[in-house]
Structures are given as structure tokens and as C-alpha cells.
Design a protein around this ligand. Structure first.
Ligand SMILES: [Zn+2]
Length: 325
């Protein structure tokens, strides 16, 4: 009967797309597995610092995608989606394999508008890596993931990229960085003071809503201290004082890690001695380390994105009151 023949044809036509769907699922599962391996590796010596260095370069991406980029393109300094490179006057070279990352598919409940056709992460920030997995607008809910591809600058040809001023000479404090960090602290309702801090370099006092930074450090160090205190606020450490006291080890590692990312993203040297401590503090517990890594990269992304939006990265100018000028 001719009817059944037609049906058979339809079924065979559906075959390849079902196979493609299965391949997509397999690929997505493999990417999730790679992220899980990366997280497990964080308890190993040196891996925590490597994770922070990656976060400083690709802060607009989620922790998982930072790991996927680091794994597939360890030497990349900038990545962006195919069309974003075109918009920047550069073309991805023929035959280049994209770096596979996971793009969230989100939807707005009630309106049921799927948002799974967005382009892979665009390049707008100083690291040219504004991702679509940057903080999602409120009320959108995660439906799942799809594979997206980004390309490293080395895989593209074309116009020179404009100097964005995001990588001033090491140790040079970018103009306006102190003020921009101060306004973020102020936005949380805290007042920033410089002056004597006793034996500490700085502290945050939730009772008086004060952040105090010692007056005796040079400007690069002061930036580090201010970023550390802002990180305590941004990570929510000061919202819950009993936790802040009892989890001092975790809170200090998180704040120090965020400060390191902020400083590194702005070309400032930062003390890395804290990070040998991560293994001892977490007792090798992967879930604990993963939670800390999520907290750190999320807080750093929030702070760096606000700095980008406020146009703080004005280039390698000396901070006006630099002591070692
Ligand atoms: Zn602290």
C-alpha cells in the first residue's frame, strides 16, 4: 500500500534529526563532565590560582565556561563569538574549530518565549568577552543548555583591535579605579575611610557601615585592600555575622580570591600566598571548593562588569596620589 510507503519515508527522514539530537545531548553531557573534572581538580595544588587567572581574563563567562575555555584554548587571551569578531572587523579563519561552551537556554514563565537563538557571547568588555551567560535578567528561568562556540583572537584575521586600556603596565594603578571601587562600596551603603586600622590592612564593620583601608600602603596595595573589603560585602559575608565569624577561613579565601581577580584583570600584581591555603581549608572537599569557586567568580563578575560599565578602564595612567610615583 502506498500509504505505508509514505509513512516509512517520513520515518527515515526523521532518523538523521533524531540522531543529531542525540549527538547534541552527548556533546552537552561531555562538556558538563569536563567542567566537573575541572572542579575536582581545583583541590589540587596550583589549580585554584590557575582558575583565578582564567577568571581575570574571562570574567564575563560562568565558572563552567571559564573552565571549558581554559581547557580547550589554554593560551587564549580573548575569545568571542563568530559574529562578534565580524563586528570588530575580524574574520574567523576557514577551518578553525570553535571552542565549545555551554549557553543557557532560558525562558520567561507565563510568556513562554524561548531564548535559545542568541548568538554566542559577544565581545564588549575590556577582555572582549561579554558572554550571554553574564547575569541573566531577572525572572528568566533556565530550561537547559545548548552548545555554543567561541573563537580565540589567534583564530581570526583582520583589523587590529582597539586598545581598550584594560591591560596597563603591571603595577600601574588605572586612573579612576579607586573611585570606581569606592562608589561600589557606597552603593552598598558603606562609607570608605583611609587611616589607621591597627594591625590589619583594612576591615569592614557592618555595625557602623564603614570600610576602612590603612593609610600607610601604596596605591596598588590600597586597591587590593579595598577590593578585598568590597568582596566581603559582595559575597554576603557581612550580612550574617555569626557565619562571618565561624567561617572566617572560607570568607578570607573568597575575599582574597575576588581581590586577586580584580587586581589581575587590571594588570596589578597581587599576593598569591593565600592560595596555598585553599587545599588545607577545604580539606579536599569538592563540593566545598565548587561552592567557593562559584561565589568567587560570581562576585568578581559582578564587580568587574560594573567597572566596565562605568568606563573605569581608561588606560595606563598613574593614579594621582600614587606614592611610588
Ligand atoms: Zn577579610
Amino acid at each position: 500500500m502506498t500509504r505505508s510507503t509514505t509513512k516509512t519515508k517520513k520515518a527515515t527522514r526523521r532518523g538523521p534529526s533524531a540522531q543529531a539530537a542525540q549527538e547534541r545531548d552527548t556533546k552537552i553531557a561531555a562538556l558538563h563532565a569536563q567542567i566537573a573534572e575541572g572542579v575536582e581538580a581545583l583541590v589540587e595544588s596550583g589549580a585554584w590560582k590557575a582558575m583565578l587567572d582564567t577568571a581575570a581574563r574571562f570574567h564575563t563567562y560562568s565558572l563552567g565556561n571559564q573552565m571549558l575555555i581554559a581547557l580547550q584554548a589554554p593560551t587564549a587571551t580573548r575569545v568571542a563569538g563568530f559574529r562578534t569578531w565580524q563586528a570588530l572587523g575580524r574574520q574567523v579563519r576557514k577551518g578553525e574549530t570553535g571552542i565549545a561552551i555551554l549557553a543557557p537556554c532560558t525562558y520567561r514563565p507565563k510568556t513562554e518565549t524561548p531564548d535559545n537563538n542568541a548568538e554566542p557571547p559577544a565581545a564588549t568588555g575590556p577582555t572582549t568577552t561579554s558572554g550571554e551567560d553574564s547575569p541573566t535578567p531577572a525572572r528568566r528561568q533556565l530550561r537547559g543548555f545548548r552548545t555554543a562556540h567561541v573563537f580565540a583572537q589567534e583564530q581570526t584575521d583582520g583589523d587590529d583591535l582597539p586598545t581598550l586600556g584594560d591591560t596597563p603596565a603591571t603595577g600601574t594603578v588605572p586612573a579612576g579605579l579607586w573611585d570606581a571601587l569606592t562608589s561600589q562600596v557606597s552603593a552598598h551603603g558603606y562609607t570608605v575611610q583611609r587611616g589607621d586600622c591597627g594591625t590589619a590592612d583594612g576591615y569592614t564593620d557592618p555595625a557602623t557601615k564603614t570600610v576602612r583601608v590603612t593609610g600607610t600602603t601604596d596605591d596598588a596595595e590600597a586597591i587590593g585592600v579595598l577590593a578585598h573589603e568590597l568582596a566581603h560585602i559582595e559575597c554576603g559575608h557581612v550580612d550574617d555575622l555569626p557565619t562571618y565569624r565561624t567561617c572566617r577561613g572560607r570568607c578570607e579565601v573568597e575575599a582574597e580570591s575576588v581581590a586577586y581577580i580584580i587586581a589581575t584583570a587590571h594588570g596589578l600584581d597581587s599576593d598569591t600566598s593565600t592560595f596555598g591555603y585553599i587545599t588545607g581549608w577545604a580539606h579536599g572537599d569538592v563540593a566545598t571548593v565548587r561552592a567557593a569557586a562559584e561565589t568567587v567568580t560570581t562576585a568578581a563578575r559582578t564587580i568587574l562588569t560594573r567597572l566596565d560599565e562605568n568606563g573605569t578602564d581608561t588606560g595606563p595612567q598613574k593614579y594621582p596620589a600614587n606614592n611610588d610615583a
